[in-house]
Design a protein around this ligand. Structure first.
Ligand code: FPP
Length: 247
């Protein structure tokens, strides 16, 4: 409930906010099935929750929010579902973009350009360009995203620089990889949330999640609330992160 989440906000330690939260929005299909609807209605219901999470992220002063909208594996779904999802994501963005931009949100799509319908990328770029001046909240929409694909593309770019003599092989390190990912220049996620009871990463931010904290809930994405979101952050703030060190 709205009031519940407002009551939880004062429990947050503003000094210890995660910089970057990444979400795996799972369970739309099961939600639709439970409500005797078509799977795609679950995705439609899920968009409303994305909007609420973006508002909440702004409200608490989060800097980076990344949502997994469409994975490279999602092409394996029916043509109907794939086309519905692609259109839903683009249409939702187009509908919300002015409000998001006016509210200081900077929007980027993370993912491969391959296989997306013709003109898709151009349309996204045209719509998002004005938001790129903003820096209040960075919203990443992982779209046609796969962690392995991202690493393959990074390796290709790095190899090309090495072959051209621009980059010495001895100089390749972890930063070289990070700088060639779709997330170049962004902090790694501190907290990864997955809904619907599944406990796996599903090819999401596999390089960037090395030291992320994980938070799993049985709640299906369309039922995920602002309260649960804040609860996940409070829980994160009570964890001891050592990054492999003793202190
Ligand atoms: C996983 O549920 C969810 C998806 C594959 C799609 C998520 C996309 C949205 C909520 C739309 C996002 C829109 C914007 C603008 C970012 P599932 O279908 O795998 O559910 P199931 O496991 O119950 O079948």
């Amino acid at each position: 409930m709205e009031s519940d989440y407002k009551d939880l906000i004062p429990q947050l330690d503003k000094e210890k906010l995660p910089q970057h939260i990444a979400i795996i929005m799972d369970g739309n299909g099961r939600w639709a099935q439970a409500h005797k609807m078509k799977r795609v209605n679950g995705h439609k219901a899920g968009v409303k929750v994305v909007k609420q999470m973006v508002e909440t992220a702004r409200e608490i002063g989060l800097k980076y929010l990344t949502v997994y909208a469409f994975s490279t594996e999602n092409w394996g779904r029916s043509d109907y579902e794939v086309n519905y999802l692609l259109k839903l994501i683009l249409d939702s963005l187009i509908n919300e973009i002015d409000e998001l931009t006016n509210n200081g949100v900077n929007i980027h799509f993370l993912g491969s350009k391959e296989r997306l319908p013709k003109g898709y990328e151009k349309k996204v770029e045209e719509n998002c360009r004005r938001s790129w001046e903003n820096s209040e909240l960075f919203l990443n929409v992982a779209m046609n995203y796969g962690g392995r694909q991202e690493l393959v593309e990074a390796v290709k770019k790095i190899a090309a620089s090495a072959v051209s003599g621009e980059l010495a092989i001895a100089d390749i390190d972890g930063n070289t990889i990070s700088d060639n990912l779709y997330t170049a220049g962004m902090p790694d996620p501190d907290l990864i949330i997955r809904t619907s009871g599944e406990i796996r990463l599903s090819n999401y931010l596999i390089w960037q999640s090395t030291y992320a904290e994980f938070w799993f809930t049985e709640t299906l994405w369309p039922d995920f609330t602002r309260s649960e979101f804040i609860q996940a952050i409070i829980d994160y703030q009570n964890r001891k992160r050592r990054f492999g060190k003793r202190k």
